[in-house]
Each structure stands twice: as C-alpha cells, then as structure tokens.
Design a protein around this ligand. Structure first.
Ligand SMILES: [Mg+2]
Length: 189
C-alpha cells in the first residue's frame, strides 16, 4: 500500500483536465442598440455626490455651500463613477446618458458647463433633467421619479443608474433598475 501523498498524487493524475481555455467559453452576448421592450438604451446618473464632489480648501473645508451651485464649476470630478459611465457608454450602442439631478433649472448653465468638460457632446450623447424652478416641496426622489416615469422609461430601456442618495436609490430600485450606490466610490477618510 502506497503512502497517502503518493496515493493522492496518483488520484490527481486521473483527474480529467479542467477546461480552462477561453476558446471554450461561450461567446459574449452581442452588443445591441435596443434593450428590453425594444427601446433604445439609456444610462442615468445623479450629479452631486455621484460624479461631482465639492472642492475643498487646504484646511479640508468645502469651498462652497452645499446648495450654492453658483460656484459648482470648481467641483471635483469623481473619476471612479465617471470612468464607469464612460465604460458602460462605450459598451452600449448609441446610448443616451440622462443626468438627473435635484439641482433646480436655475443652475442649468453652470451645470452644463461642468458636464461638458467630462462628457463632451462630440463624444457623448446626453441630456440633463433638473428640479422644476417652481417646485420647492417635492423630495429629490419624487422629482427624479417624475422624470423617470413621465419621460425616460417611455423612450428608453435603462441599463444602469448611478446615485448616492438613499431615497433615490430606493426609488430607482423599486422601479426595477440596477443602481450602483456611488457612496461606495467615495474616498475613505
Ligand atoms: Mg446626489
């Protein structure tokens, strides 16, 4: 009788070789222009806390008030989420990015100027949806749900959402959408 190690080696020799070759893997699914419901594809991203952070001064204090978007042009890009959006965009055929934000339309120009820096319209098709100027009471999630239900899902099949607000994440998920919680990409302090 052989010793246990020799025995194990003998047994291992008899194991069929694992098929690890990538040539055996099934082909990747084809990239298509259309998603479920035969609608063109869309990606949804929030802005504040998701793709944009307030810039900080040397002492670590924000350089603007959270609700003062007049200075938001100096916001710092969250490269992790921006990189993910760009990657998803490049993997989809003719997608549209919806930037859906709780900022009011009063801040449209400064917001567009910032977005253009990271998503130049020559390379990315996107649109911006904001809080109506006359709505001071609805929650952020309610505002975003109106955009989603009244417009986006009527025209598009949504592939992915990026969002940092818990209520908004819950709203999107309750609508059956896949959401990446952007808080998971925040720098660890
Ligand atoms: Mg946010």
């Amino acid at each position: 009788m052989s010793d246990p190690v020799t025995k194990l080696n003998e047994e291992l020799k008899q194991e069929p070789e694992l098929e690890t070759g990538f040539d055996k893997a099934p082909p990747p699914p084809p990239v298509t222009t259309f998603g479920e419901n035969n609608l063109p594809l869309a990606l949804i991203s929030d802005i504040d806390g998701t793709i944009a952070f307030m810039s900080m001064d040397d002492s670590g204090k924000p350089t603007r008030d959270f609700m003062d978007f007049s200075k938001s042009e100096s916001d710092v890009p969250n490269q992790k989420v921006i990189g993910l959006i760009r990657a998803w965009y490049s993997l989809s055929e003719s997608p549209t990015i919806y930037f859906v934000t709780n900022r009011t339309v009063a801040w449209r120009d400064v917001t567009v100027r910032w977005l253009i820096k990271f998503f130049p319209p020559s390379s990315y098709r996107w649109t911006l949806r904001m809080r109506p100027a006359n709505d001071f009471v609805s929650s952020a999630a309610a505002v975003k749900e109106v955009h989603l239900v009244n417009e986006i899902v009527k025209k598009f099949s949504v592939n992915q959402v990026w969002e940092d607000d818990d209520d908004c994440i819950l709203m999107y998920r309750s609508r059956g959408l896949m959401v990446l919680d952007a808080k998971e990409t925040w720098p660890k302090s």
